[in-house]
Ligand binder design. Structure first.
Ligand SMILES: CC(C)(COP(=O)(O)OP(=O)(O)OC[C@H]1O[C@@H](n2cnc3c(N)ncnc32)[C@H](O)[C@@H]1OP(=O)(O)O)[C@@H](O)C(=O)NCCC(=O)NCCS
Length: 181
């Protein structure tokens, strides 16, 4: 299994991954989201990685830029969204490899915090913690019964505790429908 940067020629395979991972209905929304995010100037710099095995793409992860309000805080942050693995390749460590490799790259490039809205049983395996308990609000309110789905991880020790506020993501991701569940 190889993790590498995605290229423009991967776009059809990436669409196939998210359609397979999220199912036809939600998959369509995610495919549109990825297309739009890749063109969103406010989402850059972004990190788009694919997992490839035997020449076949089986997973995709995208990290885009976010800011924190109040904006006078010196901090570099990203949001992880989306992550998808082809259904036949799930639960074989592909998602974990994409997350770990992405976090490593981001840490090396000086990113301080990474946020995700996702499965609270999955992301803590890779070091994410409930963000609301650490002083970070999501761009749109997360219903209290799903509060633990809004998570953060620090890549620069000591940033959590010294920074607080509301996360503001890229223009495309900053739409209420992406924060509903
Ligand atoms: C969620 C997803 C990205 C995980 O990737 P993966 O390659 O299947 O997962 P990994 O092999 O890295 O990790 C497997 C572990 O995660 C768990 N896991 C997988 N999907 C999970 C989910 N939706 N919720 C909670 N745990 C999950 C497995 O039970 C397994 O646990 P174990 O290590 O204790 O046995 C993938 O299953 C997927 O694409 N799902 C559909 C799309 C989706 O929900 N994306 C995430 C949006 S937040």
């Amino acid at each position: 299994m190889k993790i590498r940067y995605s290229t423009e020629s991967d776009s059809t395979a990436i669409e196939g991954i998210h359609t397979s991972a999220f199912g036809r209905h939600q998959g369509e929304e995610i495919v549109e989201l990825v297309k739009d995010l890749l063109e969103d100037e406010t989402a850059k710099p972004l990190l788009s990685l694919v997992a490839e095995t035997d020449g076949k793409l089986v997973g995709h992860i995208l990290f885009t830029v976010a800011r924190i309000q109040p904006e006078d805080q010196e901090v570099s942050i990203r949001i992880l969204a989306p992550l998808g693995v082809l259904s036949d390749f799930q639960c074989q460590g592909v998602g974990g490899m994409l997350i770990r490799e992405g976090l490593k790259e981001l840490e090396e490039s000086g990113v301080d915090l990474v946020f995700v809205l996702g499965h609270p049983d999955y992301y803590p395996k890779f070091g994410f913690q409930t963000a609301s308990l650490l002083g970070f609000q999501a761009p749109y309110p997360v219903p209290s019964e799903h509060a633990d789905a809004w998570m953060v991880q620090e890549l620069n020790a000591g940033v959590i505790g010294s920074v607080k506020g509301k996360v503001q993501c890229s223009k495309v991701l900053n739409q209420p429908q992406h924060w509903r569940d």
